[in-house]
Design a protein around this ligand. Structure first.
Ligand SMILES: Nc1ncnc2c1ncn2[C@@H]1O[C@H](COP(=O)(O)OP(=O)(O)OP(=O)(O)O)[C@@H](O)[C@H]1O
Ligand SMILES: [Mg+2]
Length: 511
């Protein structure tokens, strides 16, 4: 007989106006990597929060069997005590504290009545070794990149003697190298007997790592596939996720002759004033009306820095030289506010600090950046606000009972969609999208691409930064490739291939 570490039976969880989980069943074998897939809002994170006791016993119906016994976790401490650890979609480390303080935060090592810091550091170093993270344990979390922070989270889980590790989209904000390392580590942990449940929208990595895959749709279990019994392909997962086949991932756009240049930078050289180091060197690029221009490069190539320095994010970036022409006028934006006012918008890759007001509803957030569009005289036209918010909610399929739902109650991917809606509604002349589809499910990506196409057809210009090369190739009319803070090449849609882009992305400026 199979040995199941976990069985969740007929789990139902209701929020006001939303049935997030509807009789969900999940069975996880001991020692396997079990992936959970499903569209944004399907209920994946909620199911894991039920399991870990974030939503405690009594707030859901159904049974959780762990090691064959029914569990009634009241809070996360109860599940942790049994060896279950969860790493959330958004990282939850404390930036100002050190690595070792974070690892033992909440379960400190005591000597009598005081914390035994020496032992803490010794133990923390052991945990760091296990996750192969080579940093000084006294380093502050804020000084580590997301990839390393993710490893600290795992070290923290290991320090609690984890038997069942839950990872909610662990690689969504990692670059390829960091993702690969993380997946390798998960496999190693599995070989040491740690069972792992992983949620991911990156189906390639799901295929690469999963022993079993369960698909949720609209709060129900659709199926569980055993990857050792059958060969599971990406298309199998997609079909179960969305209930139909998707063959065309990138919607076609009618090719029009590009309009006039709306945005142009020349010799853009930027310094990091704190480190006194040049981070961008003589960057030249432009974008025309009605064009989607991709900005490609490896992590750290300078794409986000370029976007932020254009967007007026001084004092973080000191512009040493360069000329920016926007809509026919020479400009230099001192603050993001000024940039937005002139018609330039930047949608950041950062999920947490993404400028959404979580305690406010969808309609408020959608119209926030361009209230003028819905104001008559001094007052916000409420009907118009609702109408506009509904349009975006429908066109990119934001999953919520109404536009009056608080954004903080939406699933991660749906929050990302609201943030996109907000800037699309703002109708800037030039919209910079930094990782727009991060954490977005395959079906919804298509809807976002379609909306992007529509906006450029109306004359907007979009600069798209993305670590997913196929997406940039599929959507851009033209693309620039960056490496080490310079543009190493420009390719037309026709010329661009993965090989050519990669060759330019690893070109160093000395070459
Ligand atoms: N606190 C809450 N209040 C109200 N509704 C909620 C709350 N948390 C989640 N929901 C709703 O429950 C449903 C499931 O959300 P959940 O976060 O589990 O989705 P998910 O599958 O993790 O999606 P994603 O891929 O976008 O992260 C969604 O419709 C969401 O809006
Ligand atoms: Mg989620």
């Amino acid at each position: 007989m199979e040995d199941y570490i976990l069985e969740m039976r007929e789990i139902t969880k209701v929020f006001p106006g939303v049935k997030a989980l509807d009789n969900v069943n999940l069975k996880v074998k001991r020692g396997e990597v079990h992936c959970l897939c499903g569209e944004n809002g399907a209920g994946k994170s909620t199911l894991m929060k039920v399991l870990s006791g974030v939503y405690g016993y009594g707030t859901y119906s159904g049974d959780i069997l762990y090691n064959g016994e029914v569990q009634k976790f009241k809070g996360i401490a109860d599940s942790e005590q049994k060896g279950i650890a969860i790493i959330y979609q958004e990282l939850a480390l404390i930036p100002e504290l050190s690595v070792y303080e974070n690892i033992y935060f909440g379960h400190e090592i005591m000597k009598g009545k005081t914390i035994d810091w020496n032992e803490t550091i010794v133990q923390a170093s052991e945990m760091l070794k296990k996750v192969k993270l080579d940093v000084d344990p006294s380093t502050k979390i804020k000084n580590l990149g997301v990839g390393k922070q993710q490893l600290v989270e795992i070290a923290k889980a290991l320090s609690k003697n984890v038997k069942l590790l839950i990872l909610d989209e662990p690689t969504s904000s990692l670059n390829e190298d960091d993702s690969e390392n993380l997946l390798k580590l998960i496999k190693e942990l599995r070989d040491q007997g740690v069972t792992c449940i992983m949620i991911s929208h990156k189906l390639k990595e799901v295929i690469a790592i999963a022993d079993s895959i369960t698909v949720l749709r609209d709060g129900s279990t659709i199926c569980t596939m055993d990857c050792h019994e059958q060969e599971v392909k990406e298309s199998d997962i997609i079909k179960n996720m969305v209930g139909r086949e998707i063959d065309n991932i990138y919607p076609t756009r009618e090719k029009k002759a590009p309009g006039k240049v709306v945005f142009d930078i020349k010799d853009w050289t930027v310094e990091d004033p704190v480190k006194g180091r040049e981070i961008l060197h003589n960057v030249c690029m432009n974008i025309r009306e009605g064009e989607i221009v991709g900005l490609q490069g490896l992590m750290g190539a300078g794409r986000t820095e370029l976007a932020l320095s254009i967007f007026g994010n001084t004092p973080k970036y000191k512009i040493k030289s360069g000329e920016l022409t926007f809509d026919g006028k020479k400009s230099r934006f001192k603050t993001p506010k000024q940039a937005i006012k002139s018609g330039l918008a930047y949608v950041s890759e950062d999920r947490k600090g993404n400028g959404l007001v979580l305690i406010q509803d969808i309609k408020y957030n959608t119209t926030l950046a361009n209230l003028e569009r819905i104001t008559n005289g001094l007052f916000v036209n409420n009907n118009e606000e609702i109408k506009q918010a509904k349009y975006y909610k429908d066109s990119i399929n934001i999953k919520a009972p109404s536009v009056e739902q608080k954004v903080g109650n939406l699933s991660g991917g749906n929050q990302q969609k609201v943030q996109l809606a907000k800037w699309m509604f703002a109708r800037p002349k030039v919209l910079i999208l930094d990782e727009p589809t991060r954490g977005i499910d395959v079906g919804a990506k298509y809807e976002i691409y379609t909306l992007m196409n529509k906006l450029v057809e109306e004359g907007m210009s979009i600069i798209m930064i993305s670590s997913e090369l196929p997406e940039v190739l599929g959507m851009s009319d033209r693309l620039y490739v960056m490496s080490e803070g310079t543009i190493t090449g420009e390719l037309s849609r026709e010329e661009a291939t993965e090989q050519k882009v990669m060759a330019l992305a690893i070109k160093s400026k000395e070459d």
